[in-house]
Write a protein that binds this ligand. Sequence first.
Ligand code: 4AD
Length: 458
Amino acid sequence: MKHTDIIDVIEKDDYLGKEITVCGWVRTARDSKNVAFLALNDGTCLNHLQIVIDKNSGIEVDPEATKLGASLKVIGEVVKNDRNNTNEINAKEITVLGVCPADYPLQKKFQKLETLREMPHIRVRTNTFNAVFRVRSVLAAAIHRFFQDRGYVYINTPLITGSDCEGAGEMFQVTTIGYSEDYKSEEEYYADDFFGKKTGLSVSGQLEGEVAAMGLGKIYTFGPSFRAENSNTQRHAAEFWHVEPEIAFCELPDLIEIAEEMIKYIIKEYMDKCPEELKFFEQRFEKGLTDKLLSVINNDFAVVDYTDAIELLKKADVKFEFPVEWGCDLQSEHERYITEQIYKKPVFLINYPKGIKSFYMKQNDDGKTVAATDLLVPGVGEIIGGSEREADLNKLLSAMEEKGMSTEGYDFYLDLRKFGSVPHAGFGLGFERIIMYVTGMSNIRDVILYPRTVGSIK
Ligand code: 4AD
């Protein structure tokens, strides 16, 4: 269907005086005796195009055309509205492509986000989700551009896996047969299953990412990861999109530099490419959002040792729900205090106790900590988790043993340390978390088309 995108009609004056065709959904309709005004949106931008229907011009208007949510094809002349200096269309012909009866759920101007979550197939027609998903797309492109421009190779790692990357046992199982009493043992059951062994949906592409980096040098993945963790929070989803660069010949300080550069780059791209959306989020969801993002772009992130952070938290004049001691896993309340109250900007926490981190992280010389980093940001908490990897075969083996892990299934991973091992590092960015940070949306369910969370699937 040949037509002009509404964004072009609104933003360019090229069409003034010309007759064009636009298509879209009716967002608002005002009808009077002589004239009717429709606000039409086709999803190409946040703003609506005003369609003016002069009822005395002889135009035939189907009453269905002025119903909220109806889809239309409109032919008309583009003119300047002198009152507000915007482009609009004087309609000559209107075709109703799809009627929209009165039980259309978006009758009220503002609906609660919780209500909209119940209808993911409809909410995308609201301004909020229109903006969220356009920003999501711009950020995805910016991430690819950042890595592509710097020579990283884009890799697709498997989603079905036989190894649990984080060693945390929070994988969804992949199976084609249900367990039954007929099997004498778990081994027998898994042997009978599709792959002949226990498999699950990958929690991270990191291990295979490391494989690729050991031949290609610099790689990144950008795909879904799955976590069966039972955490019903505003920032956890069972299926989320994960950006995971992995870099050979790279140590922790290099990795931190890359992560900071990437975050600044994609925020800048967002601010340049989505000014209307940013303004919208600032007005509706987070006052001061623009200043926050400008300050992120223009200032260095803090780098803080875990041990120092523990001291700061102990001295804090706040009663935390979870007590703080060296060796403890930081809770969301601690992370937020560090980034929101103490530093008031993004913070890389580094050098965590080895007991609370994964087996593959590089062991520091102190024998107690590993060269890991989490990037914490105000409002959201952790958006990146990463580390330098343990490149020494024997140290890796002893870490696995300490954590009670079997080496079965990790032969390939150990081989990377056996054959031409190099210092290397990587991180994982939670794509939804960065979207939450730059839009001010406070719930992960509102930045992904179909959120999958514990107990809920649409
Ligand atoms: O800290 P995580 O678990 O690290 C890894 O998976 C590493 N293998 C990454 C790497 O080094 N290549 O996860 C990385 C990031 C987190 O910081 C968070 O932003 C996001 O992934 N994340 C989630 N996002 C939404 N819902 C969940 N359930 C998430 N779990 C992790």
